[in-house]
Design a protein around this ligand. Structure first.
Ligand SMILES: [Fe+2]
Length: 307
């Protein structure tokens, strides 16, 4: 089994401490094709990668500035695209691009194939060192990992695209918040990472994630899944609780968000990192897959030497 130090971090300025932690996570991720990392463990890792404690704290409130989602009434959202360049060892914010997912990528919902325009992530998130460390964490973890490739992607590319969503799911008297209304699905990418930021008034039985073997039928509601096809369970409850999934090898579903106090709304704030190689012509996202940098809100992170 490959380890990070063998092919990724040799000669780089990461402490043996963080390399050991990353290798531990990676070994489990490679073995099971998904991995849940408790927030306390993630906090230690991203601190080693440069996250400032006050920025971890800021992540808890960054979702207060989200906007209404283009297609889902129970959700507020922003997104941004980042190019991981493994040759240059940089992560760069790309120019704005709309977003789409299709049934061909195991995503069946009323807005499948619709081209959606999300508000962009601003500096309050992208300049946050904890957020940047999460980007670096995923980039380091997936580098060189052998997975089932997704079709119509440029598998020779040394650049990967991570589309990051900052999402708030809301449940109130007239709305039931569904973190994954589409039921069993994949995200149309190669690696998905989901990180919990905060919640308010959310009951303990809310937003349980199931990770499914690929034999589980796409589009089945989370209430109807076949337990013999469940590869694992996870529930995000604490800041930085993180779930990694090889998106070409495991499907997933998430249960609804419920209130504790029925008189108040419940909220659940997350970061979702959808990461894959660039698309080839013919892929539904190819017209929206520019690797050009963002002009108005530029960001380039150099790693890990700069940390
Ligand atoms: Fe998903």
């Amino acid at each position: 089994m490959n380890t990070l130090s063998e092919f990724s971090l040799a000669g780089r300025h990461l402490s043996s401490n963080v390399v050991e932690k990353l290798n531990h996570v990676r070994a489990d991720y490679q073995l099971n094709r998904f991995k849940f990392i408790p927030g306390s463990e993630m906090a230690a890792i991203i601190t080693d990668l440069g996250a400032q404690p006050e920025d971890v704290e800021s992540l808890k409130t960054v979702s207060d500035s989200l906007f209404g989602d283009p297609t889902l009434p129970f959700r507020q959202s922003r997104n941004g695209r980042f190019v991981i360049d493994y040759s240059e060892k940089t992560i760069t914010r790309t120019c704005f691009q709309p977003f789409t997912l299709s049934a061909g990528e195991d995503f069946v919902r009323h807005d499948s194939e619709k081209v959606r325009y999300f508000r962009g992530i601003q500096d309050d998130l992208q300049a946050n060192t904890a957020f940047q460390a999460l980007l670096i964490f995923q980039a380091l973890l997936i580098e060189g990992m052998k997975i089932q490739p997704r079709r119509a992607l440029d598998h020779e590319s040394s650049r990967w695209v991570s589309t990051v969503f900052n999402l708030r799911t809301i449940t109130q008297a007239d709305l039931v918040g569904e973190p994954a209304m589409e039921g069993v699905h994949t995200d149309g990418v190669e690696h998905t990472m989901t990180t919990f930021l905060n919640s308010t008034n959310m009951s303990d039985d809310s937003a349980r994630s199931e990770v499914h073997f690929m034999e589980q039928k796409t589009g089945i509601p989370w209430t109807e899944t076949d337990q013999s096809l469940v590869a694992g369970y996870a529930q995000h409850k604490h800041v930085l609780d993180t779930l990694l999934i090889v998106d070409t090898e495991r499907k997933h579903s998430v249960s609804s968000v419920h209130q504790v106090d029925q008189a108040k709304r419940a909220t659940r704030d997350m970061l979702i990192f959808f990461t894959r190689r660039p698309t080839l012509p013919g892929h539904i996202s190819h017209p929206y897959d520019s690797l050009e940098p963002h002009q108005e809100i530029p960001l380039t992170i150099r790693y890990p030497e700069a940390l």
